[in-house]
Design a protein around this ligand. Structure first.
Ligand SMILES: [Zn+2]
Length: 222
């Protein structure tokens, strides 16, 4: 074993001792896996059934937005619990490979406003997109900026009101970088799809060849 391998081994051992790896959905300590055995069997995986089609194109999501999945996403988004990012990104990357393979050649995300970024300190969908990219040897590209700090969609139930709430709030960050590419647009949760639809519309207006969407979770409809 080389000196660097030894240093790395000691570093990992100290890390595991001080901060054991935890399942992001139930907080159980896990040895090597990204999520615990119980959650692997019990979580509401969509298994392709969440694949939706709308004005946003096609959208794939590995999990239903309910129970422990909903709680884990809220802990990540509002309490800044980052420990689950590897797991979230890995589940999303696997889902994209299964449902959307060959349909995109670049990755971007649904951004939050500058005001929200200052409050929260991180852009949750940007970090998800980066985590999705880890095993793909690429990086997400910033294509959109949110220029209006609209009220959160979660406070709006009605589909028409949700569409109106996001209309015109995104602008292309760099039209030249957008044009001609087939984009994978990443967000945390899809509910009615109005946010993704508005972002896809802006990307297409800026010359995107196509847009398909990937979210960590999907709200069940109806
Ligand atoms: Zn678990």
């Amino acid at each position: 074993m080389s000196f660097l391998d030894r240093v790395n081994q000691v570093q990992k051992a100290v890390g595991d001792l001080l901060f054991p790896r935890r399942c992001p959905f139930c907080d159980a300590i896990v040895e090597k896996d990204l999520l615990c055995r119980r959650c692997r069997g019990a979580l509401p995986f969509t298994e392709g059934r969440a694949l939706q089609k709308g004005t946003f194109g096609r959208c794939a999501s590995p999990l239903w937005y309910e129970g422990d999945v909903r709680k884990a996403i809220l802990r990540y988004k509002f309490n800044g619990r980052m420990g689950g990012l590897n797991c979230f990104g890995s589940l999303m990357a696997q889902c994209a490979a299964e449902e959307l393979s060959g349909e995109f050649d670049a990755i971007t995300w649904v951004p939050i406003s500058r005001k929200r970024l200052r409050q929260r300190g991180f852009d949750q969908s940007r970090l998800l997109a980066a985590s999705v990219c880890v095993d793909w040897h690429t990086e997400p590209v910033e294509t959109l900026k949110k220029v209006v700090d609209n009220p959160p969609q979660s406070g709006t139930e009605d589909a028409a009101a949700r569409r109106a709430n996001v209309l015109g709030v995104y602008e292309p960050a760099d039209p030249a970088a957008i044009a001609g590419k087939r984009w994978l647009l990443v967000d945390d949760v899809i509910t009615t799809g109005s946010t993704l639809a508005e972002c896809a519309r802006v990307l297409k207006e800026a010359g995107a060849a196509d847009v398909v969407c990937l979210t960590l979770a999907a709200a069940r409809r109806g």
